[in-house]
Design a protein. Sequence first.
Length: 254
Amino acid sequence: MFESLQLFGIGLAANTLSALAGGGTGLLQLPLLIWLGLPFSVALATHKVTTVAMGTGALFYALKKKNLNFHIILLLFGAGLPGVLLGAKMVLLIPETIGLISLGLLNIAIACYSIADKNLGQTIAPATLNNRPKSIGLGALVLFLIGIINGSLTSGTGLMVTLWLVRWFGLDYRLAIQHTLVIVGIFWNAAGAITLTLYGEVNWQWVAVLFPAAALGSWLGVYIGSRISNQHIKRLFEVSALIAGAQLIMQPFY
């Protein structure tokens, strides 16, 4: 019983913070699962399955508010999902240490970029998609590349999607996070979860506890996010990206 309560608390806290910041569940929940005794491969597969629940909690909130952008959804599906599937096949070709350090440096760069641009993501610019049709191709290409990283390295990509939706497609942080949680959380992560389930081992007893915790945590995070300013969300995003980057860089050494 104590282990179940401990697991539920970990899942709830990790997914609430991730939903507030726009990503990074794996950088909070995954190390804790390893610390609780799961081997890395089992912890990774177990974590990936539970991340699907994070998207479901956000989905219920988004459907209620009806504020998801159909064009953004199509791009995340059409450009990102093929990248995820390709990345899942490429994972064995990438040296883990190089991949983790590179992704860590990229997350830190993302945080620094957001910190430097004080107005980034503070307002919505919905005309961006319609007025720059030639730029959609580049935007889709970057989403495809992020999808590859998501499929292969699994960690830190939610933060990257959030920033790209803000910087390139003109969303504010709050709206970008909702798209990230729903599409990346459910569909991108589901593709990775299926792959890991087929080729790896999942601790289904822990999934049974973490799944509802993730769903509740994501809903709670989105709800809290709707009550605070974009500036506060921006700061949470930046702190999460910095911590995520540092953790990724240090992970190969412990």
